[in-house]
Design a protein around this ligand. Structure first.
Ligand SMILES: Nc1ncnc2c1ncn2[C@@H]1O[C@H](COP(=O)(O)OP(=O)(O)OP(=O)(O)O)[C@@H](O)[C@H]1O
Ligand SMILES: [Mg+2]
Length: 333
């Protein structure tokens, strides 16, 4: 019996020693648990992100690592009275969206992507079932259609559905007709008349004009006539309750370190007349690398992110990174 007891004692001793060893091993256990927890949280957040994107059915820009931590994708539909551009990342710059039936200026120097952004928005609005008119004073209808096709959009399909009209106008013709009307009628009468350029057979909800600068150049030296035309245009758009995007070419970033009205080749008044201003920039880093940036400068009656952020022109169109600030050492043009 005694022998058996000692065997038991030995077994107990052995077990205690084993426990001690395993306790020592367990010192690292909480760290392992933490790592597992972190990995699970990361997986969950990734899943949530994917789920949100699917639910929203909105293409989202690929985010840099630091962005994914903070990203909050707005869910649900935008509020009544606001429009959704569906350009990846752009709507995230606005708290509620772009207010409807307003005039928004899209400013930028040559090659900053103004036309592409407008074509992309135009196509997205059509996808939402809206009637869209693209008025070009620069590129031909064919060339614009071909840009859209290159990005994988189908302008002809939307035109067939009666949702899209893309029309080229001559700014010289516009200037001439304003001149002819001015010689016959008083300024007030002319302003209350319909702008001759609007097609009669198409009643759009959204109008994009490319570009104001081209129209202005046809009025060169005739500031008064240009102002009359602009007043007529703004009044007409307001009465028709149309949401308008007006492209304005700038020779350099007019809003960096200078007042709106300074150096404005289309008349400073346009910036004040517009309800919103979105600026596109070419970015050059001291290393020589080029990039693109965008910022919302003003939107009357709505809140927006006051931040200069990066964007890219990809094969599928423009992608804006609403949380990516520019790295240091850059110049805007
Ligand atoms: N298919 C494409 N894929 C990628 N980038 C493109 C494509 N087409 C154009 N781009 C880029 O977009 C830029 C021009 O964009 P866009 O024509 O919209 O500029 P813009 O601001 O309207 O210029 P402008 O003031 O001269 O009319 C080009 O410089 C080019 O870098
Ligand atoms: Mg252009």
């Amino acid at each position: 019996m005694k022998k058996k007891k000692s065997v038991k004692k030995k077994v107990v001793k052995k077990a205690t020693a084993k426990q001690k060893v395993s306790k020592k091993k367990n010192v690292k256990k909480p760290v392992k648990k933490k790592a597992v927890k972190k990995a699970t949280a990361k997986k969950n957040s990734e899943l949530k992100l994917k789920k949100d994107v699917n639910e929203d059915e909105m293409p989202q820009p690929p985010m840099a690592e630091e962005d994914t931590k903070e990203i909050t994708i707005k869910r649900g539909k935008f509020k009544e009275g606001f429009i959704k551009t569906a350009v990846p990342g752009l709507d995230e710059l606005f708290e509620k969206g772009i207010p409807k039936e307003k005039t928004v200026l899209l400013e930028g120097s040559p090659g900053t992507g103004k036309t592409i952004l407008c074509l992309q928005m135009a196509y997205n609005f059509c996808l939402q079932g809206k009637k869209v008119l693209y008025m070009s004073f620069e590129e031909s209808e064919e060339s614009l259609r071909s840009h859209m096709t290159d990005f994988g959009w189908n302008p002809q399909g939307m035109e067939t559905k009666g949702l899209f009209k893309i029309k080229r106008f001559s700014s010289i013709d516009v200037a001439r007709s304003v001149e002819a009307l001015l010689s016959e009628a008083k300024r007030e009468l002319l302003i209350s008349a319909e702008p001759i350029i609007f097609p009669k057979d198409f009643d759009p909800e959204i109008v994009l004009i490319d570009s104001l600068s081209s129209i202005a150049s046809a009025f060169s030296g005739e500031d008064f006539r240009f102002r009359v035309f602009m007043e007529q245009l703004f009044r007409f758009l307001e009465e028709k309750k149309v949401s308008t995007f007006l492209i304005k070419e700038t020779s350099y970033p007019t809003h960096i370190g200078s007042a709106y009205a300074d150096h404005d080749d289309t008349g400073g008044a346009i910036s004040f007349l517009a309800d919103g201003i979105i600026c596109l920039y070419n970015v050059v880093y001291s290393s020589g690398i080029r990039s693109n940036a965008i910022e919302i400068l003003k939107i009357r009656g709505a809140n927006f992110k006051k931040l200069l952020v990066k964007f890219e022109i990809t094969k599928k169109g423009i992608i804006i990174y609403p949380n990516q600030k520019l790295s240091k050492g850059y110049k805007l043009s």
